[in-house]
Design a binder for this molecule. Structure first.
Ligand SMILES: Nc1nc2c(ncn2[C@@H]2O[C@H](COP(=O)(O)OP(=O)(O)O)[C@@H](O)[C@H]2O)c(=O)[nH]1
Ligand SMILES: [Mg+2]
Length: 206
């Protein structure tokens, strides 16, 4: 038997290796309601092959997961998505996508430990899913930005309308995005990093 090919497959691929210049690693959590695009965002932006735990929706999810407006979705993330993106030569973000459905909240406890900030992904067709998620982040004091994913049949709301609907303070950035596009997903993460920097600076000043 020839084991050569499988032996060659073992070991990190070049794109999996962290650049030697990386000096800071930051943990970021991507959170939001069911089917809002978390797995898509982590997948589009990650420079390593993202890890995803998806499970085909079963009877167990019927009546629990709200599939209205996302009829074509047949799998749901039960644990989390994991990805990595280098912002520059020194700074690396580790991305943890996690479900917003209430029955997965037990996952949240450990997840936010050491997280510098979060991205709340929002689908304007189902804004109410985001209320609980945002409430829980505020409770925990986790800084976050809101990214509104653009679905074709989603009602168009202005940023001001969304801010009012989500009851967000003026300081919290709201950005529109298309999670399928790497550049758009990257912009969301950059917005979060800039926001965190502003918060750090205001804290220092006070
Ligand atoms: N039109 C559009 N579709 C998206 C976008 N992001 C995700 N989707 C689609 O929405 C569905 C749910 O996305 P998924 O990432 O699995 O959602 P999750 O449950 O939050 O992980 C998938 O079929 C995606 O292809 C987006 O920005 N625009
Ligand atoms: Mg998912």
């Amino acid at each position: 038997m020839d084991f050569k090919s499988s032996e060659q497959a073992v070991g990190p691929r070049s794109e999996d290796v962290l650049p030697e210049t990386a000096t800071a690693a930051v943990k970021v959590v991507i959170v939001g309601g069911f089917g809002v695009g978390k797995t898509t965002l982590v997948g589009s932006v990650s420079e390593i092959r993202p890890l995803t735990t998806e499970e085909t929706m079963t009877q167990a999810g019927v009546g629990v997961d709200d599939t209205q407006g996302v009829e074509r979705k047949t799998s749901t993330t039960v644990a989390m998505d994991f990805g990595r993106i280098s912002i520059n030569e020194e700074l690396v973000l580790y991305l943890f996508g996690t479900p917003g459905q209430e029955r997965f909240w037990f996952l949240w406890r450990g997840l936010f430990e050491g997280a510098l900030g979060a991205v709340v992904l929002v689908d304007t067709r189902r804004l109410e899913v985001s209320f609980d998620v945002i409430g829980r982040l505020e409770e925990r004091g986790v800084p976050f930005v809101v990214a509104v994913n653009s679905f074709p049949d989603a009602p168009g709301h202005s940023v001001d309308e969304l801010r009012a609907a989500l009851d967000l303070p003026d300081a919290v950035p709201i950005v529109l995005c298309d999670a399928r596009m790497r550049s758009s997903s990257r912009d969301v993460l950059m917005t979060l990093m800039r926001y965190l920097q502003t918060l750090a600076m205001t804290q220092e000043a006070s």
